[in-house]
Design a protein around this ligand. Structure first.
Ligand SMILES: Cc1ncc(COP(=O)(O)O)c(C=O)c1O
Length: 367
């Protein structure tokens, strides 16, 4: 890991760039907003750590009421347990002997859950001897992993229950595509479709005497729709702590609260070729562009138009004041998760001064 990206007490303006910045006041309000929104509801929060990849943040989510975290990769889960999180769900299928061995080793150190969608995978997990909570992943419209509702779920649940070391923990029903549907009404319709699949499946399991303790799923763009629907009793929001340009384009209407932008890329103007153009030192290796370009924070008339590896082109509108060479700008990442994965450190700032520097210990944890 590289040396820390900044020093505690340093003014933000003195931080070298590109740097990944958390605005702590907004970040903490986001933690509180989520906790308040589900207060008194029959649902538990298992925040998704794929967004932040940082145990310091995972621990803060637990302090705010989360039962633990989700991870997408075994190596991400290892970093969370190493950093002090005691309850981790790998909200994904874990396939192949090396990964299953590591999952089994992790299950000796923490409570570990995992998803399945194939009987061979159930057999391989059982053969590891590990004590695991096993969730069946339902395909509810995402077009990724998972089995359709109905008989295949019953067969899998029976398979899980037949192994002493595996506990059938319930269903994962995550509708990823629904998260970024712009209108709340259309998002609600997508979640209602997912809920029907959950209910049909639960009824089938119950009819055959199989209890389904947990139904887990939901992301930042829909979670209150799942909560209101009632078919889920665990939610997995991740991006709510940071937000990004893509989520900013959603309609945020009741019952979903509005979260604030708290994650930024600090960048320096490294060249001023014309009054209408500035080149910044944050390109696509500093801010992911899979969901569109970053935007320039609180600079009317500035348009981050193009990213190359190490450079970003910012167009300056005719009525906007051009930046000077060396000036620092804050960018809002197009997509928070893959942007985080580009950095070793968060530079955490309050009132323009660095308060913490947190290592992103699961950065690059792809196994
Ligand atoms: C299984 C699962 N759950 C939850 C989330 C969290 O979603 P978000 O970051 O949109 O809140 C994701 C994100 O991709 C996911 O894959």
């Amino acid at each position: 890991m590289r040396p820390a990206a900044a020093a505690v007490g340093q003014p933000l303006d003195a931080v070298d760039t590109p740097a990944l910045v958390i605005e702590l006041d907004a970040f903490e309000r986001n933690l509180r907003t989520l906790a308040d929104s589900v207060k008194g509801r029959p649902v538990r929060v298992r925040a998704h750590a794929k967004t932040h990849k940082c145990p310091e943040i995972g621990k803060r989510q637990v302090v705010m009421g989360a039962v633990g975290v989700c991870c997408q990769k075994v190596s991400e889960a290892e970093a969370m347990v190493e950093g002090g999180i005691g309850d981790v769900l790998v909200s994904n299928e874990v396939v192949g002997a090396p990964k299953i061995e590591r999952l089994a080793a992790l299950a000796r150190r923490a409570r570990v859950g995992v998803c399945v969608d194939h009987p061979d995978n159930v057999a391989a997990l059982a053969a590891s001897g590990a004590t695991l909570d096993v969730y069946i992943e339902l395909e509810v419209g995402m077009g990724r992993c998972g089995v359709p509702s109905g008989e295949p779920v019953l067969a899998l649940a029976r398979g899980i229950a037949s192994h002493r070391n595996l506990r059938f923990a319930g269903l994962q029903a995550y509708h990823g595509r629904a998260q970024h549907i712009r209108s709340t009404a259309d998002r609600r319709a997508a979640i209602e479709g997912a809920a029907r699949a959950v209910r049909v499946t639960e009824e089938l399991l119950n009819k055959h005497g199989i209890e389904c303790p947990i139904v887990t799923g939901a992301g930042s763009g829909t979670y209150m729709l799942e909560v209101e629907n009632g078919a889920w009793n665990e939610i997995q929001p991740g991006s709510y702590i940071f937000m990004d340009v893509d989520y900013g384009r959603n309609e945020w209407a009741a019952p979903l609260p509005r979260f604030e932008q708290s994650l930024f890329v600090l960048t320096t103007v490294m060249s001023t070729p014309a009054p209408s153009r500035a080149i910044v030192d944050a390109g696509l290796k500093a801010s992911s562009i899979d969901s569109g370009m970053p935007t320039v924070w609180q600079r009317d008339g500035y348009n981050y138009a193009k990213a190359s590896d190490e450079h970003g082109l910012v167009e300056i509108g005719a009525s906007a004041k051009a930046p000077r060479l060396g000036e620092k700008l804050l960018l809002v990442p197009g997509h928070c998760d893959p942007t985080v994965n580009l950095y070793d450190w968060y530079v955490c700032v309050r009132d323009g001064v660095v308060e913490h520097v947190w290592p992103i210990t699961a950065r690059g944890a792809l196994l």
